[in-house]
Design a protein around this ligand. Structure first.
Ligand SMILES: Nc1nc2c(ncn2[C@@H]2O[C@H](COP(=O)(O)OP(=O)(O)OP(=O)(O)O)[C@@H](O)[C@H]2O)c(=O)[nH]1
Ligand SMILES: [Mg+2]
Length: 223
C-alpha cells in the first residue's frame, strides 16, 4: 500500500486530572489556541482539534478537555468511555494531585477497556523550585501501572508536542495491530478517500469540525 493510500482516522483523546493541573493550558498550546482565558477553570467541556501525521498516516486528534474534578468519581464515565487515548495530568508541585492517580488508571481501564492508551503527564515542570513529585517518582509510578510517562511545561511549551505525538504513535501502533478498530475504541475511519472529493460530513458537530481541512481547530461546548 502506498503511503498516500493510508486511511485517515479521527482519534478521541481525553484530558483528565484535577482542577488547575494544566489540562486546558496543554490543549491550548497543542492546538495553537490563545490562552486568553488563562486562569479560568474550564466549565463544561472544550474540544481541540489537530491533525498529526504518524509514519504517513493522518490522525485527526479530537481532544476533549474536561473540567477538573477533585474526585474522579464525579466525572461522568461517558466522557472517556470511548477514548483511544487519555492524558492523565498532575501538577508536579502538588502532591495532592498525585494522590489518587493509581485509582484513576484502574478506573479508566475499567471503563474504557484494556486497550486504551494512558499517558501520565507531570505538568508545570518549569516550577522546579516548588516541585513536590520528583521525576523518578512519576516515572516509577507510570512503570508500575504499565502506562507511558512524560513531564511537560505548558507555560514554556516544553514537551507538549512530544506528549501528543508520543500518544499518537502508540495509538497508531494499536490501529496497525487491530487492537483499536472502531468508534467504541475511540477511532473513526474518515472516508475521505484522497482524490475523491470532500470528506464525509458527520452529524456530530465535533466530527464535522474535525473533517474540515484545517490542521488546527477548536470549539467550546457548555454543558
Ligand atoms: N508555571 C506553569 N503554570 C501553568 C502550567 N500549565 C498551566 N499553568 C497555569 O495553571 C493554571 C491552571 O491551568 P489550567 O490549564 O486552566 O488548568 P486545568 O487543568 O484546565 O483546570 P480546570 O479547567 O479547572 O480543570 C493557570 O493559571 C495556568 O496558566 C505550566 O506548565 N507551568
Ligand atoms: Mg481547564
Amino acid at each position: 500500500m502506498l503511503i498516500s493510500d493510508l486511511p485517515t482516522y479521527i482519534v478521541s483523546i481525553v484530558m483528565l486530572g484535577n482542577s488547575g493541573v494544566g489540562k486546558t493550558a496543554l490543549t491550548n498550546q497543542f492546538v495553537g489556541r490563545e490562552s486568553n482565558t488563562e486562569a479560568l477553570p474550564t466549565l463544561g467541556i472544550e474540544y481541540g482539534f489537530r491533525t498529526v501525521s504518524v509514519q504517513g498516516m493522518d490522525l485527526r486528534l479530537r481532544i476533549l478537555d474536561t473540567c477538573g474534578q477533585e474526585r474522579f468519581k464525579a466525572i461522568p464515565p461517558q466522557y472517556y468511555r470511548r477514548a483511544a487515548g487519555i492524558l492523565l495530568v498532575y501538577d508536579v508541585t502538588n502532591r495532592h494531585d498525585f494522590w489518587g492517580l493509581d485509582e484513576w488508571v484502574d478506573k479508566i481501564r475499567d471503563i474504557a477497556g484494556a486497550n486504551v492508551t494512558i499517558m501520565v503527564v507531570g505538568n508545570k515542570k518549569d516550577l522546579g523550585g516548588r516541585r513536590e513529585i520528583p521525576y523518578d517518582e512519576g516515572r516509577a509510578f507510570a512503570d508500575r501501572k504499565g502506562v507511558s510517562f512524560i513531564e511537560t511545561a505548558a507555560k514554556d511549551e516544553f514537551s507538549v508536542e512530544d506528549a501528543f505525538t508520543n500518544i499518537s504513535i502508540e495509538i497508531r501502533d494499536k490501529i496497525d495491530r487491530q487492537l483499536l478498530r472502531n468508534e467504541s475504541h475511540g477511532i473513526t475511519l474518515l472516508e475521505s478517500s484522497k482524490g475523491e472529493g470532500e470528506p464525509r460530513i458527520y452529524n456530530d458537530s465535533a466530527q464535522k469540525a474535525s473533517s474540515l481541512e484545517l490542521s488546527k481547530f477548536y470549539y467550546v461546548e457548555r454543558v
